[in-house]
Design a protein around this ligand. Structure first.
Ligand code: 8OZ
Length: 361
């Protein structure tokens, strides 16, 4: 078995196990509406076994950066239909990533200049990306217990909108220090209600959101992404083995399309993150496991051959190589990515990376 062994994912037969990771690119149009440029970018990458869309906020409150697409307004749904149609025309499959940033926002980005919301009133270190450049993070407002049903409803509605926009499934963004991750870990969750304190309580929101989203899509077209060792966005937990061990064991009962785990990276280790690779959680999770972060052709093939993973998601490599599966298959050199065009901008560094065929032409 290797990256080119087909795999059944819910109702879909994926021709390979090479997944395009969710990648924030900040190129949605006005009012956070995706459009033709985004459709072309995703269609160029449709040979991936599966595409996971860039993180897409489920509500105006869920916004944390300029230019990220939403999945709440009718206009955004129309924009996404261009994307899903273009990917399907090229024979691909695309899941939408459901996102709420929680405290990783700023009043400049919030409706009526409101404070960002979070499990607890604890500010992240560093700066928020606003329309006027970087500004220090503010202390967020802790959500009241009676506001939680509305948060769950935002995700449920986002899931419903993704279905209407022609996606093939959804991934719940439970990673990288955004709202659901803020609830999971005790560095950001100091609540004393049923959504804080014990691990069971901290995991409650993610599990209730998962239940709501599965209610829309069924279990087999829903994935969940977690980053147990992640320190991005000032994240920490006093006992990540226990926290994520519990969460992952609880996710078993949904029999989801997949669980998507980020590996610890060099920055996580530098910042004191737990060095907990996906192989630590593999025996705990009973379903399909997708892994991500710094994998190569060689290490991806190895992970699958060894049974450490079922799918491997590639991010930066897919930014620079729209035909990544073909290049992997042939074992040919890859295009070099240009980090200066990762976030924001237009066509440059977005839809102009050549395929092998275009280079040879
Ligand atoms: C990089 C820049 C902004 C957002 C994530 C959605 O880390 C993101 C993100 C990444 O999950």
């Amino acid at each position: 078995m290797d990256l080119f062994t087909p795999i059944q994912l819910g109702p879909y037969t994926l021709p390979n196990r090479i997944v395009m990771a969710p990648l924030t690119r900040n190129r949605a149009g006005a009012r956070n509406v995706p459009g033709r440029l985004n459709a072309l970018y995703y269609a160029q990458r449709a040979s991936a076994g599966l595409i996971i869309s860039e993180a897409s906020q489920v509500s105006p409150q869920g916004l944390g950066y300029p230019g990220t697409p939403g999945i709440y307004s009718p206009e955004q749904l129309e924009g996404w239909k261009l994307v899903t149609d273009a990917v399907h025309q090229q024979g691909g499959r695309i899941f939408l990533q459901l996102w709420h940033v929680g405290r990783i926002s700023h009043p400049d980005l919030q409706p009526e200049g409101a404070l960002p919301v979070a499990p607890s009133a604890l500010a992240p270190q560093g700066e928020a990306a606003t329309y006027e450049g970087m500004k220090p993070f503010v202390t967020p407002r802790a959500l009241e217990t009676d506001e939680i049903p509305d948060i769950i409803e935002q995700y449920r509605k986002g899931a419903e909108n993704a279905l209407a926009a022609g996606f093939d499934g959804v991934e719940i963004h439970g990673a990288n220090g955004y709202l659901l991750d803020q609830f999971l870990r005790d560095g950001t969750n100091q609540r004393t209600d049923v959504y804080g304190g014990s691990i069971e309580n901290r995991a409650r929101l993610l599990l209730e959101v998962t239940e709501a989203v599965v209610g829309v899509w069924g279990n087999a077209r829903v994935g969940v992404r977690l980053s147990p060792s992640g320190t991005f966005n000032s994240m920490s937990d006093s006992d990540p083995k226990a926290t994520f061990g519990y969460v992952i064991e609880q996710l078993n009962r949904f029999d989801l399309a997949y669980l998507h785990l980020r590996e610890p990276d060099a920055a996580d280790i530098r910042h004191g993150g737990a060095p907990l690779p996906s192989s630590y959680f593999r025996p705990i999770y009973t379903g399909t496991l997708m892994v991500n972060t710094d994998y190569t052709l060689e290490t991806g093939n190895k992970a699958i051959a060894a049974g450490h993973a079922d799918l491997v998601a590639y991010g930066i490599l897919f930014i620079a190589n729209p035909d990544l599966p073909e290049r992997f298959r042939l074992g040919v050199p890859l295009n070099q990515p240009d980090p200066s065009t990762f976030y924001g901008g237009g066509e440059k560094g977005y839809i102009d990376y050549p395929t092998l065929k275009e280079r040879q032409a």
